[in-house]
Design a protein. Structure first.
Length: 437
């Protein structure tokens, strides 16, 4: 497996580092921290003195393979270069021609352009989310008349994502983007509501995918948008638009019981955290344990395949127990997943034997229903062979693709069980489900 390539080479980073002896240590730290970086504490002193050492301590914390972090680091580099150029002008000097040429050449090899104002920009930002998708996402706000800043004002929202006092102003009357935005969004009110999608400073239209995803996730943050129904509606809409390009927003955390979202590539057919509509299922009066399993799957799907496989099996087992408990069906405490599923299948009349010959179900449907039993059995076996548990004596050989297989199988089974359970209750083929305490 090949490792990801640094988007900014060590040569380019050292070209900027070489100028740091001309910038005060506090200023170096200020520029980095304005973009949300913190210094590493374990950087050994190198040649160049305390200023370059300070620069190195921040450089070490950047993931140079991550486009979003690189975009922020580029803004730091640009600010530092402009600081050096400004200080030299104040003393009657300038960046030497060979210094500037070396900088431009080095960054050009990495795929970046250094303009006359010493702003470093992507020659072609790495994008997998297409222009069409970005335009459709923008339309969800403009056409749908949804304020992207939610219940905040524009400045308060943007401050959550961008260092407004470190971004340039397009209005010469103001030194930074903050004054620019206040003037045109509040004082003059002469910018259209969709201006953010056209403004290159914020990277929504033409920046890296990570920037767009972070923006969308922030529009759904509970501190930004209080209407929970609107959050869910927008989440479904965003994910429908993102899906063809292979991305999704998923719940990554919670604050006061409300979801916080993040964006990432879809890592399975059903995404990193499949939408089983658990909170929309009236029969699931206490779905917390299912949410816990789903969150474990999300966290481990790419990082810990054995744990994800185990959580898939446990999610299916928990759902079987919930159905049996709420229908007042007893079962031995030590019963395993295949036996639990068999009880649920009999309760819901899922198994092929429970379909009379004169039913409308075709032989094909009977075969599909029989495969559900096989799938559940295989899921239990997969957990035993590749997942956690049973005090393994050797490391599990499970890979991410095995975890995705388990997840996709789990979603197929659990969705069908939930839908069928609701159908049987609605048609009064089962007594009303008991409420869990």
């Amino acid at each position: 497996m090949t490792s990801k390539r640094d988007l900014i080479s060590r040569t380019s980073r050292n070209a900027v580092r070489g100028l740091m002896s001309e910038v005060y240590q506090a200023a170096i730290a200020e520029y980095w921290e304005a973009e949300g970086f913190t210094p590493a504490l374990d950087v050994a002193p190198a040649s160049g003195g305390v200023r370059k050492h300070t620069f190195d301590s921040y450089v070490k914390t950047v993931d140079w393979t991550n486009a979003e972090q690189v975009s922020r680091a580029l803004r730091v580099f640009s600010a530092l270069l402009r600081r050096v150029a400004r200080d030299r002008r104040q003393h009657g000097g300038a960046l030497a021609g060979d210094e500037l040429a070396d900088l431009k050449d080095s960054f050009a090899r990495d795929g970046f352009l250094v303009d006359e104002d010493l702003r470093i920009q992507w020659a072609k930002p790495p994008q997998k989310i297409s222009e069409i998708t970005r335009r459709r996402l923008a339309d969800t706000f403009t056409v749908g008349k949804v304020w992207w800043w939610g219940d905040l004002d524009v400045v308060d929202f943007l401050e959550r994502l961008y260092p407004l006092d470190a971004l340039e102003s397009y209005d010469p009357r103001y030194p930074t983007a903050r004054g620019d935005i206040i003037q045109h969004c509040f004082n003059n009110d002469d910018w259209p509501a969709n201006w953010i999608f056209l403004d290159e400073r914020f990277g929504i239209r033409s920046g890296p995918d990570e920037v767009l995803l972070a923006f969308l996730a922030e529009t759904l943050h509970p501190a930004v948008r209080r209407d929970e129904e609107e959050v869910q509606r927008l989440l479904v809409l965003f994910n429908k638009i993102l899906a063809p390009d292979g991305f999704e927003l998923f719940q990554s955390d919670a604050i006061s019981g409300l979801p916080v979202f993040a964006g990432a590539p879809r890592v399975s057919f059903h995404g990193a955290r499949p939408d089983l509509r658990i909170d929309k299922r009236p029969l699931l009066t206490d779905p917390r344990v299912l949410h816990e399993h789903l969150e474990r799957i999300r966290r481990s799907l790419n990082q810990d395949a054995p744990a994800a496989i185990a959580s898939c099996k446990e999610l299916t087992e928990s759902l079987c127990k919930i159905i049996l408990d709420q229908q007042n069906i007893t079962y031995p405490a030590s019963e395993d997943l295949p036996a639990l599923y068999k009880r649920v299948a009999e309760l819901l009349a899922l198994n092929a034997d429970a379909i009379p010959d004169n039913a409308k179900a075709s032989e094909t449907i009977k075969k599909i229903l029989r495969t559900l039993t096989t799938t559940v059995q295989s899921l239990a076996e997969l957990r035993n062979q590749l997942g956690l548990g049973h005090g393994r004596s050797i490391p599990s050989p499970a890979l991410a693709r095995h975890a995705r297989l388990a997840l996709n199988s789990t979603v197929t089974v659990t969705e069908f069980l939930l839908d069928t359970w609701q159908d049987r209750i609605d048609r009064k083929l089962l007594p009303p489900a008991a409420t869990t305490s």
